[in-house]
Design a protein around this ligand. Structure first.
Ligand code: GTP
Ligand code: MG
Length: 370
């Protein structure tokens, strides 16, 4: 509270203004109903009525952003690349994701079956790679619309028997708009009708020129179905990641983005988060979009409970008061009070925005009826 008039304060305290004016007089302040009161006077009167004045916290997005302070070069450590897969319908995105997971994750993992959390990590040549299991398309459009940029590298899947198709072009423009490097996976090379050269030829039109032809784009021939070329593809991802020098500071409060979220009957709001910087720990107070809470439990991509996770790691958390949206940003805070305050402000803003949106819609409806 910066200032209030006598009248405003009276209504907040559910008192008559005349009563307040009398009290002020008693305190040596001559006031009228429209008189602005300073902070000290407000506090004095409120305390007199046994009402505790809470310092109003002026919260705006900058407060949230403050935690994104520039990191010092020496605090930055290498982090795994975050990869999404895009391409035309039926060109083999899902099969490729499954194939990568099968060849890499289940090896050496007792039990083998991984819990689906919308993202997973594999390890190859001693280095990790994070794959987002969301349709690459959604990762770019919905997420970016919400201000989240989660992808470091895009795998463009093009079926060798089908070539460049409308969604191939769309994928290219999304990746280019986001400034994300593209690796082309020419898929289904096991097929009789496969013609990888034609795919290369077609893609040169989009400035995706293979190295063999004097360009800079990496092309890998794969068969997602047969598992051919998967290791080479992973090696190429690491190569591109190395060039990109992907780094983050793991030694601070975590921030990142929501990959997906839902309401679970037993566990409440469940969100898969991608930690993009810092380290997220169980017990951390957290604001996620306009929801908030304390990280109650964390489960990794293998379905195991974990206590903390660092940059580029996907993790499923519980403990939020509401279900956030994919693409929402999250930030851990040093204390729960701050997280709650920011969460509440954001939530009421969200409600106002929704209300405004719904009244706009009804206005439109009105016009449509005319
Ligand atoms: P949408 O999610 O519908 O966009 O398709 P998608 O890109 O995920 O393709 P998906 O992985 O579902 O594969 C489509 C079909 O192609 C399936 O029948 C796969 O079995 C088949 N397929 C995928 N990869 C290969 C491959 O390398 N070789 C052959 N022969 N078939 C493949
Ligand atoms: Mg699919």
């Amino acid at each position: 509270v910066e200032s209030l008039t006598v009248g405003e304060l009276a209504s907040k305290l559910h008192k008559e203004p005349s009563e307040l004016i009398k009290k002020l007089m008693f305190l040596g302040v001559m006031a009228t109903i429209n008189q602005e009161l300073d902070k000290d006077s407000i506090e004095l009167i409120a305390t007199d009525y046994g009402v505790e004045v809470e310092e109003e916290i002026v919260i705006d997005e900058t407060e949230f952003e403050n935690y994104a302070d520039e990191d010092k070069e020496e605090d930055l450590k290498e982090r795994p690349p975050v990869v999404t897969i895009m391409g035309h319908v039926d060109h083999g995105k899902t099969t490729l994701l499954d194939s990568i997971r099968k060849t890499k994750v289940t090896e050496g993992e007792a039990g083998g079956i991984t819990q689906h959390i919308g993202a997973y990590q594999v390890e190859t040549s001693g280095k990790k790679i994070t794959f987002l299991d969301t349709p690459g398309h959604a990762a770019f459009t919905t997420m970016r619309a919400r201000g989240a940029q989660v992808t470091d590298i895009t795998i463009l899947v093009v079926a060798a028997d089908d070539g460049v198709m409308p969604q191939t072009k769309e994928a290219i423009s999304h990746a280019k708009a986001a400034g994300v490097p593209i690796i082309v996976a020419v898929n289904k090379i096991d097929k009789e009708a496969a013609n990888p050269d034609r795919v290369m030829q077609e893609l040169t039109e989009f400035e995706l020129v293979p190295e063999a032809w004097g360009g800079e784009t990496i092309f890998v021939n794969v068969s997602a179905l047969a598992g051919t070329g998967i290791d080479e593809l992973l090696e190429m991802i690491l190569l591109v990641a190395e060039v990109a020098e992907l780094k983050a500071n793991p030694d601070k409060l975590a921030r990142g983005s929501v990959i997906e979220a839902e309401l679970d009957k037993g566990r409440g709001a469940v969100a898969t988060l991608l930690v993009q910087s810092g380290t997220l720990k169980v017990g951390d107070p957290i604001v996620v979009g306009s929801s908030f809470g304390k990280v109650r439990a964390m489960v990794n991509d293998l379905g195991r409970r974990v206590k903390e996770v660092g940059p580029s790691t996907p993790v499923e958390i519980t403990g939020l008061n509401e279900v956030p949206l994919a693409g929402d940003q999250f930030q851990a805070f040093p204390d729960e009070k701050k997280a709650r305050q920011i969460g509440e402000v954001r939530m009421s803003r969200q409600r106002e925005a929704n209300l405004a949106a719904s009244s706009r819609v009804s206005l439109d409806d009105l016009f449509n009826q005319i």
